[in-house]
Design a protein around this ligand. Structure first.
Ligand code: 5CA
Length: 444
């Protein structure tokens, strides 16, 4: 992509309406545009990042055997009346009437709809477990939408649902998602900690929020610092391994404020290991047994001939919120330098030639190596403008493309000045550069 043709509407200054760094940066570099309170359009830079996050989330769901479906955004109120949540959900639910005067709603979550799909198709324990997910827009009429896409009204979520024959099998499914979340956030270059959490309007008695540390986060957290050293590298998808993994985390006190108990915190965690800070909830998993299957009458035949309500859990990842969460974790606001993780960056490499009106030879070099890098599947953006060099560098520090080739005084012959944001530059051939980047990509 040539930047002169790209739709990247960069603002000269920080927008004054934004309070936290992710919101500021997303508006500044034109990743999103607000269309009304808590509702945003996603422009090319922002959309590319979100799509890359979505791809990783999807791959990790597929790896634990979950199957992708797509449910609609608009739902009928009837199934919500069956579960009893139509009234309970309150003002957060956007209620709509169609031309036949039927009560419809824009789905804030999908427990009812998925249970309806399940009950009309699955009748026997032999078809269990079922792990189903979709990645779809949700609407919650938040009282105070804020911080841009972090707490908005329309947002993009991956929500998965598990169906099992009994509690033991259901916990096994829960643990599969537990591991898949650890893997997903690691690939996004985030350290997300599973914390015991409240279940709110989704319900149930077992729940973990996955939280990344950030001063601007809305969740207050209380944790034993040693939880950051727990490793899941040796975990596999066997029951015992997943059970052990969850235990390894759960021996450490780690809770959000709804579950906080001062006495317990001080008893369980020695003073030097106590950490009280804030974080962003990027995922939330729930086990709620037959909370929905019972009122919606979703039962299966058991081996002995009896019937029982299927045991369910649900598992959410805030795909659009993650774009902001990654910025909170990776953007140095004081120096105005962003560095996207290679796994989700809008472009992998920026070619920044020094160009003057009289001398465009560097641009010609840039065009040539751009063609080569495209053939090596490296997602590249070329700055073909004749802006002065320092404003070009400033712009790319904001956009946050992790690798740069600078074609100027330091590039000589077949060697180019190559720089990873935040590191010293070095002179490398174009083959070396493409190899280096592609090796890094293999690790994602
Ligand atoms: N049905 C369950 C699990 S699928 C559920 O809806 N869980 S949730 O309410 O916790 O939402 C899942 C994730 O969506 C959250 O962890 C958060 O990352 C994201 N999310 C929730 N509300 C918003 C919002 N208003 N704006 C942006 N992201 C949100």
């Amino acid at each position: 992509m040539y930047i002169s043709k790209a739709f990247i509407p960069i603002l000269k200054n920080n927008p004054t309406e934004a309070k936290i760094k992710s919101h500021k940066l997303m508006l500044r570099v034109g990743m999103i545009k607000q269309s009304s309170a808590g509702i945003y359009s996603w422009l090319p830079l922002g959309f590319k990042v979100m799509k890359k996050i979505e791809k990783i989330v999807r791959e990790e769901q597929n790896k634990i055997g979950a199957q992708e479906i797509l449910m609609p955004t608009i739902q009928s109120s009837e199934i919500w009346k069956e579960s009893g949540r139509y009234d309970d959900y309150g003002d957060e639910m956007l209620r709509i009437k169609d031309r036949q005067n039927r009560e419809m709603l824009y789905g804030p979550t999908n427990e009812e709809l998925i249970t309806d799909i399940f009950r009309s198709n699955i009748k026997s324990y032999k078809s269990l477990p079922q792990l189903l997910y979709h990645i779809q827009w949700k609407f919650r009429d938040e009282l105070r939408p804020r911080f841009g896409i972090m707490r908005c009204r329309e947002f993009y979520m991956k929500d998965a649902y598990s169906f099992d024959i009994n509690d033991e099998e259901a916990l096994y499914s829960y643990n599969k998602f537990f591991l898949s979340y650890l893997r997903t956030f690691k690939r996004l270059n985030l350290t997300a900690i599973p914390m015991a959490a409240d279940t709110g309007p989704i319900g149930g008695n077992l729940s973990h929020e996955f939280i990344i540390l950030a001063e601007t986060g809305e969740s207050k957290i209380f944790t034993d610092k040693r939880i950051f050293d727990v490793s899941y590298d040796n975990a596999n998808l066997e029951k015992k391994s997943l059970d052990d993994l969850r235990k390894k985390y759960e021996i450490f006190y780690a809770v959000t404020d709804e579950k906080f108990n001062k006495e317990e915190f001080e008893k369980k965690v020695s003073a030097e290991n106590r950490l009280t800070t804030k974080g962003i909830e990027v995922g939330h998993i729930f086990y709620f047994g037959d909370k929905y299957s019972k009122p919606l009458n979703a039962s299966v035949d058991l081996p002995g001939g009896k019937k029982d309500y299927v045991k369910m859990g649900s598992y959410g990842v805030g795909v659009s919120r993650l774009v902001g969460a990654i910025i909170e974790a990776k953007y140095n606001e004081n120096e105005e330098i962003m560095k996207w993780p290679l796994s989700v960056t809008p472009y992998e490499l920026a070619i920044i030639p020094m160009i003057t009106k009289n001398d465009t030879s560097n641009l010609e070099k840039a065009q040539k190596i751009y063609k080569f890098l495209e053939s090596k599947k490296i997602d590249t953006i070329v700055d073909d403008t004749d802006e002065n060099f320092s404003s070009k560098m400033k712009k790319f520090n904001l956009i946050g493309v992790p690798y740069q080739i600078i074609i100027g005084k330091k590039s000589e012959g077949d060697l180019f000045e190559f720089k990873e944001i935040g590191k010293e530059s070095q002179n490398l051939s174009i083959d070396q550069i493409s190899e280096l980047i592609n090796k890094q990509k293999e690790k994602i």
